[in-house]
Design a protein around this ligand. Structure first.
Ligand code: NAP
Length: 310
């Protein structure tokens, strides 16, 4: 019997208990899945950190911690975690993110906000949007989520430029990496979508200097993490007209404080960290797959590089 502790808020247990039991059964895993155990009996922890940072020291036979979240910035520096930490890569989550990012990019591309705001009985002369191929869209981060979004935008014919830490190549887009690569990715970009993890190396990656590289009147879409953007520089760029609008799903402090200027800024759309969420059914299959690999002595999937922070 494999002992699996579910260490996440009670609302997650309600969502996950049945899908996890079904996924374990389907994968042929005989697991005792519970929300309470003597720590020294636990083989795997299924974990979400919003129940608080855990002390894994008493978990003496633990084989892996399987995160329900894709972003692991609150887990990577837990000194008591000495076994592999696997982040969530879930195709349900990826599909949601692709829908959200392409939806925001198309909204900006088609100029939908101006029509929503001008539904007042006045027929104004206007021009249709250019073709997507004439818009440069930059995707910062080409991991599980960023690459899927970049591919979807490329399939819509946008001129997609992606940026990652390591060199990549993908048909239908231009891939950049490193400091020089960031300049090339951002230069003249009409829209930038951020899908980087929150690490010391990515903090304020989109600062005043880099926003100035974008095409005047550009747009920002941030479903990554709040610290990726210098907030004051963003407000200044919106006020000066260098940027036309930003849709922000994630913030340095969540929930976004009521008095924060983003709430009332006419060029900011705030969404409450809903761009994409892990789907219990598909995520449970990923967790079961990792338990199968662990029991077979095979390498786990989606292991976090603790030194890199993601
Ligand atoms: P991932 O697979 O780990 O990909 C991260 C990407 O960022 C990789 O391409 C990586 O480059 C790149 N990167 C990391 N550090 C970098 C640096 N210093 N310079 C340049 N590129 C760097 O992560 P993911 O699954 O795509 O998720 C991305 C983020 O989305 C998560 O960390 C989380 O914060 C956020 N997220 C948000 C929501 C939401 O609802 N808003 C939901 C899920 C996730 P390499 O490819 O070279 O390693």
């Amino acid at each position: 019997m494999i002992n699996v502790l579910f260490l996440a808020p009670p609302k997650n247990w309600v969502q996950y208990e049945a899908p996890l039991r079904a996924a374990f059964a389907k994968a042929g895993i005989h697991a005792d899945l519970r929300v309470e155990f003597d720590p020294s009996d636990v083989d795997y922890v299924v974990y979400a950190p919003n129940g608080g940072q855990a002390d894994f020291t008493p978990f003496t036979k633990l084989k892996a911690v399987l995160s329900l979240w894709a972003g692991v910035e609150t887990m990577v520096d837990n000194p008591s975690l000495r076994v592999p930490l696997c982040r969530m890569v879930d195709h349900g989550l990826t599909e949601s993110m692709v829908e959200w990012v392409t939806g925001q990019v198309l909204r900006y591309h088609l100029g939908m906000d101006q029509f929503v705001a001008a539904q007042d009985g006045v027929w104004r002369a206007g021009t249709a949007a250019p073709l997507a191929r004439d818009r440069k869209v930059c995707v910062l981060g080409l991991g599980a989520l960023g690459m899927a979004c970049a591919k979807a935008l490329s399939a819509l014919n946008f001129d997609v430029h992606g940026w990652a830490r390591s060199a990549k190549s993908c048909e239908g887009m231009t891939c950049h990496f490193g400091e020089d690569g960031l300049r090339g990715a951002l230069s003249g970009a009409d829209m930038v979508a951020l899908l980087l993890p929150d690490t010391p190396a990515t903090e304020n990656v989109l600062n005043a200097e880099r926003m100035a590289l974008m095409a005047k009147g550009g747009f920002i879409v941030n479903p990554g993490r709040g610290p990726l953007i210098d907030d004051d520089a963003l407000l200044a760029a919106l006020d000066s007209g260098q940027l036309a609008h930003a849709t922000l799903d994630v913030f340095r402090i969540e929930p976004l404080p009521e008095a924060h200027p983003f709430w009332v800024h006419p060029k900011v759309t705030v969404t409450p960290h809903i761009a994409a969420e892990t789907k219990a059914t598909t995520a449970s299959e990923v967790i079961a797959q990792n338990v199968v690999l662990g029991e077979a002595g095979e390498p786990f999937l989606h292991v976090v590089d603790r030194a890199a922070g993601y």
